[in-house]
Design a protein around this ligand. Structure first.
Ligand code: KG4
Ligand code: ZN
Length: 373
C-alpha cells in the first residue's frame, strides 16, 4: 500500500495505491487506485489573477493532513497498513513543495517505511496510463504535456529514458489561453471559458500568429498575446457586436491548438512512436483532443487520453511513477538491505537529505539510479 502526496502548485492531493493490483497481468492501472482525493485552491487565488505561493503553501499545510486521513479512510486502511510513501519533489513552487515533503518525511520517519521523491512532470507523463483504453501502452511513446505551467512534447524511449522534443520558450499554452481570455474580458483562469465561447465562433475569422518557431524544438506563445491585445484595441466597441467576440475566441483557440498539432505531427514523422498521449490541464480542450485523436488515427497509433481528473494535478500519477520505481528497485534486494542497515527510510537511490527541487527538467531523471551500482 503506497501513499502519495502532491503539493507542487495550487492543488493539495493524496492517493492510496495498491501495488499488488498493478502487478496482476492485464490489470488496468486505475483499478489499483483505492483513493484519489484533491482540494483545489482555484477560488482562493481567483481574485489575484494567479497563484500566490505563500497563500498556497498555507493552504497545503491545513489541507494535506486532512486529505491524507481522508484517503486512508476511503481506501479502508490505517497508517500501519502503509508500506511505502511518495511525494512530489519538483518542479513547482518551493514553499508549496516543502510542505508536502515535510509531511511525507515525518510520516516516513514515524512509520519507518521508505519514501520516494518523484518528479511532477514524470507524473503527468504516466497519468496517461489512466486513460480508459484497452490498448497496450508501449515505448517509444510521444506525449504532449499541455498545462498552465508547462508545454512540452516528450519522447519516452523507455521508463526513465526521456527526450524533450519541443518545449515552450516563453508562455505555457494554458497561460496563453488564460491571458487571451483575460483580454476578452473573461475571468481567471479563462481557458475553459474561452473554449466555451469559441464553440459559437468561426476559427477562420481572424489571422493570428501560430506559435511554431522555425526551430523544431521550441514553441512560443507570447506573440499571440500581443496580437490579441492589438486586435482587441483595434476592434474597440465592435468586439461586442454580433459574433465578433466568439469569432476571436475561436481564432485564438485555433492558433494555439494548431501550434501543438503541427509540432506533434512533425515529431510523429521524425520519431515514429508506437503511441500518442495527451496530459495536463489543457487536455480538457475538446478541439485539441479531437485533433490529436485524428492525428493518431491517421498514423494508426494508439492514443491515450486520461479522464480530466488525471490530466490536472493529482497524486495518483505520483503514486504510479513511484510504484514503477519500487518494482524495479525491489528487484535488487541487496541495495534495499543495505539501505535498511543504514537505518534509511529512503529508497536506495535516494539521498536522505533530499529537498524540494523547484526546477527539475524531466529529461534529467535518469534510469541510472535504478541500476545496481
Ligand atoms: O494542469 P493544470 O490544471 O494546472 C497548471 O498547470 O497549473 O492546467 C490548468 C490550465 C489553465 O491554464 C486552464 O485555463 C487550462 O488548463 N484549461 C483549458 C481548458 N481547461 C483548462 N484551456 C483550454 N481549454 C480548456 N477547455
Ligand atoms: Zn501539473
Amino acid at each position: 500500500m503506497l501513499l502519495a502526496i502532491e503539493s507542487s502548485c495550487d492543488e493539495s492531493a493524496a492517493c492510496v495505491l495498491d501495488r499488488s493490483v498493478l502487478l496482476k497481468p492485464n490489470s488496468h492501472p486505475s483499478r489499483a487506485v483505492l483513493a484519489n482525493v484533491i482540494s483545489s485552491q482555484v477560488k482562493l487565488h481567483e481574485k489575484y489573477g494567479g497563484v500566490v505561493p505563500e497563500l498556497a503553501a498555507r493552504e497545503h499545510l491545513s489541507n494535506l493532513p486532512l486529505l491524507v486521513e481522508e484517503a486512508l479512510a476511503q481506501a479502508g486502511i490505517g497508517f500501519k497498513d502503509l508500506t511505502a510513501l511518495a511525494v512530489t519533489q519538483g518542479p513547482g513552487l518551493n514553499a508549496c513543495l516543502l510542505i508536502g515533503i515535510s509531511i511525507a518525511k515525518s510520516l516516513a520517519y514515524s512509520l519507518r517505511i521508505p519514501l520516494l521523491p518523484i518528479n511532477h512532470m514524470e507524473g503527468h507523463l504516466y497519468a496517461t496510463r489512466f486513460a480508459d483504453s484497452s490498448e497496450k501502452f508501449s515505448y517509444p511513446a510521444l506525449i504532449l504535456l499541455a498545462s498552465g505551467g508547462h508545454t512540452e512534447i516528450v519522447l519516452l524511449k523507455d521508463f526513465r529514458d526521456y527526450q524533450i522534443v519541443a518545449r515552450t520558450q516563453d508562455d505555457a499554452v494554458g497561460e496563453a489561453f488564460d491571458k487571451s481570455a483575460g483580454l476578452l474580458g473573461l475571468a481567471y483562469p479563462g481557458g475553459p471559458a474561452l473554449a466555451k465561447l469559441a464553440t459559437e465562433g468561426n476559427p477562420a475569422s481572424f489571422k493570428l500568429p501560430i506559435g511554431v518557431l522555425d526551430k523544431d524544438d521550441a514553441f512560443s506563445f507570447s506573440g499571440l498575446k500581443t496580437a490579441v491585445s492589438r486586435q482587441v484595441k483595434a476592434l474597440g466597441q465592435t468586439l461586442n457586436q454580433g459574433s465578433t467576440r466568439a469569432d476571436l475566441a475561436a481564432s485564438i483557440e485555433d492558433a494555439l491548438v494548431s501550434a501543438l498539432i503541427r509540432k506533434m505531427q512533425k515529431a510523429v514523422l521524425k520519431y515514429r512512436p508506437k503511441c500518442l498521449a495527451l496530459s495536463g490541464g489543457v487536455a480538457a480542450n475538446t478541439v485539441l483532443r479531437r485533433r490529436l485523436q485524428e492525428l493518431a488515427e491517421k498514423h494508426k497509433l494508439s492514443f491515450f487520453l486520461p479522464p480530466t481528473a488525471y490530466c490536472t494535478d493529482n497524486a495518483a500519477m505520483i503514486a504510479l511513477v513511484a510504484a514503477q520505481v519500487l518494482e524495479k528497485e525491489s528487484a535488487d534486494f541487496s541495495r534495499w538491505e543495505f539501505a535498511q542497515s543504514q537505518q534509511s527510510f529512503f529508497a536506495p537511490a535516494v539521498s536522505a537529505d533530499f529537498t524540494a527541487q523547484p526546477r527539475f527538467p524531466v529529461e534529467t531523471i535518469s534510469a541510472a539510479s535504478l541500476r545496481p551500482s
